[in-house]
Design a protein. Structure first.
Length: 102
């Protein structure tokens, strides 16, 4: 199973709008073939010197059975609509596709 971590870098003050769009998207993605997890995470507010701070980012934690399933997810109609919905709120998206370390 692949693990995907996507960092969605949001324009300041727009995080709530993007989170609301993601909330609507989650059930559609979880119903896709090969999806084992699709969860939105936000920065934990703690003033710790060793912690990275990303208050204007949303992190997606995803599990996919295969790269083929992930690619089909990226090409799905609901993802096209979602990207169009949030595009004016987003500065950048970084996607990491990870394997378990041997």
């Amino acid at each position: 199973m692949l693990t995907v971590i996507a960092e969605i870098c949001i324009k300041p003050g727009r995080r709530t709008a993007v989170l609301q769009a993601i909330e609507k998207l989650i059930p559609l993605v979880l119903a896709e073939p090969g999806c084992g997890q699709y969860q939105a995470l936000t920065d934990h507010k703690a003033q710790i010197t060793w912690k990275q701070h990303s208050p204007d980012s949303i992190f997606m934690l995803e599990k996919w059975q295969s790269l083929r399933h992930l690619e089909q997810h990226q090409q799905s109609a609901h993802m096209e609509v979602h990207r169009a919905t949030i595009k004016h709120h987003v500065l950048n998206v970084k996607i990491f596709v990870l394997d378990p370390a041997a």
